[in-house]
Design a protein around this ligand. Structure first.
Ligand SMILES: O=C(CO)[C@@H](O)[C@H](O)COP(=O)(O)O
Ligand SMILES: [Fe+2]
Length: 216
């Protein structure tokens, strides 16, 4: 089980210091890229990813919440991303987009908004390294976990077993030390947490508490 703090809830004016706080305890760094079109918010682009890459060696998990992701995959790949995840809802030629990410030697993920069915991934599951289940509507940190998504995670986990596939299941949105155990029990391998970690007084300690809550 891996923990990926989301820098969306970090202080963007103090990003370097905020990431240093979690560097040793995090497994991945989750970077939310938003374009103001696919989601009603604008965050960061490849320039920031490249700048962070100079200071940190932990894997960068780049979550693209943008329209036309194909246009930017090369730039994000060259900026130091390790995993690039696109939204199913943003890709007209999803298979081609996934192959493009892999073509740069990166791990390829696909994400689903809460209202999008697992059925939409039926013909792509064998090609992806990761499926990212959104448990809030993407765009903002600090939203409430949508409980009905637990069933979706369970179903995806079962599907993975049935099909004998080995993609990872990442879950993102509204996760905290109180609900993380349920999310892991449902089948999550990677937990994204933004506000629960960066809004806490001691982000590194909060990651440890996440791990304790899961093991309990
Ligand atoms: O992709 C997103 C939001 O669209 C996430 O990665 C958020 O950054 C998670 O924040 P919390 O819900 O954990 O505060
Ligand atoms: Fe995210």
């Amino acid at each position: 089980m891996k923990i990926a703090p989301s820098i969306l809830s970090a202080n963007f004016a103090n990003l370097l210091e905020d990431v240093k706080k979690i560097e040793k305890d995090a497994d991945l760094l989750h970077i939310d890229v938003m374009d103001g079109h696919f989601v009603p918010n604008i965050t960061i682009g490849p320039v920031v990813v490249k700048s962070l890459r100079k200071f940190f060696s932990l894997p960068f998990d780049v979550h693209l919440m943008i329209e036309n992701p194909d246009l930017y995959i090369e730039e994000f790949a060259n900026s130091g991303a390790d995993i690039i995840t696109v939204h199913q809802e943003a890709c007209i030629h999803l298979h081609r987009t996934i192959q493009k990410i892999k073509g740069y030697g990166k791990k390829a993920g696909v994400s689903l908004n809460p209202a999008t069915s697992l059925e939409t991934l039926k013909y792509i599951l064998q090609d992806v390294d990761m499926v990212l289940i959104m448990t809030v509507n993407p765009g903002f940190g600090g939203q409430k976990f949508i409980d009905s998504m637990l069933k979706k995670i369970e179903e995806l986990n079962k599907l993975r077993e049935t099909l004998k596939l080995d993609f990872k299941i990442e879950v993102d949105g509204g996760i905290n030390i109180h609900n993380v155990k349920e999310v892991v029990r449902a089948g999550a391998d990677i937990i994204v947490a933004g506000s629960a970690i960066f809004d806490s007084s001691n982000p590194a300690q909060t990651i440890k508490e996440f791990r304790e809550a899961i093991e309990k």
